[in-house]
Design a binder for this molecule. Structure first.
Ligand SMILES: CC(C)(COP(=O)(O)OP(=O)(O)OC[C@H]1O[C@@H](n2cnc3c(N)ncnc32)[C@H](O)[C@@H]1OP(=O)(O)O)[C@@H](O)C(=O)NCCC(=O)NCCS
Length: 143
């Protein structure tokens, strides 16, 4: 198994992994074009775990120049509990650290028990002091 930077040629495999995973919402913002833009804007910051040519894990990571953001941290169910998410996340955080960004956020659905347990056990702070407000000007719920 290898942890490698996410390049767009793996897009279809990553989407297949995400579509097969509950707790992950796929939006228009996950289109190939948007993903390509995201990877170009945050070069070398997102990682995949690849086993025998198959994508079995993913962590997408970017920043706004000030804070880091993780998205779509997903591991194939058959590969969980082996520290793959830890490795993927650590790879992302190490890249952020190289450019001086030490604080990172991730959004997790309130009802995603598995993910909420995962982040809590790694001492990520569950914020009680912030509401996230989102405005969607597209009029499409899927955006
Ligand atoms: C959350 C998720 C990414 C964790 O992936 P994972 O690769 O199983 O995570 P890890 O293996 O790093 O850690 C999970 C457990 O495996 C165990 N583990 C960690 N490293 C291990 C290792 N080297 N060997 C054996 N077990 C290990 C730990 O006990 C850990 O349990 P804990 O969380 O109770 O501490 C995965 O469950 C998943 O894809 N969930 C569905 C998608 C999702 O909801 N993503 C989150 C969106 S924010």
């Amino acid at each position: 198994m290898n942890i490698l930077p996410y390049t767009i040629d793996h897009y279809d495999d990553v989407m297949a992994l995400m579509h097969g995973t509950s707790g992950v919402a796929i939006r228009d913002a996950d289109s190939r074009q948007a993903t390509e833009r995201y990877l170009a804007r945050n070069p070398g910051m997102s990682f995949l775990c690849i086993d025998a040519g198959r994508v079995v894990g993913c962590a997408m990571c970017g920043h706004d120049g000030r804070r880091g953001y993780l998205q779509h941290v997903v591991v194939d169910a058959a590969y969980r509990g082996r520290g793959i998410a830890n490795e993927l996340v650590e790879s992302c955080l190490a890249e952020l650290c190289k450019i001086g960004i030490e604080k990172t956020h991730i959004d997790v659905f309130v009802d995603n028990d598995l993910a909420n347990r995962y982040w809590t056990r790694r001492r990520w702070q569950r914020r009680q002091d912030i509401y996230r407000y989102s405005l969607n000007r597209s009029g499409r719920e899927s955006a």
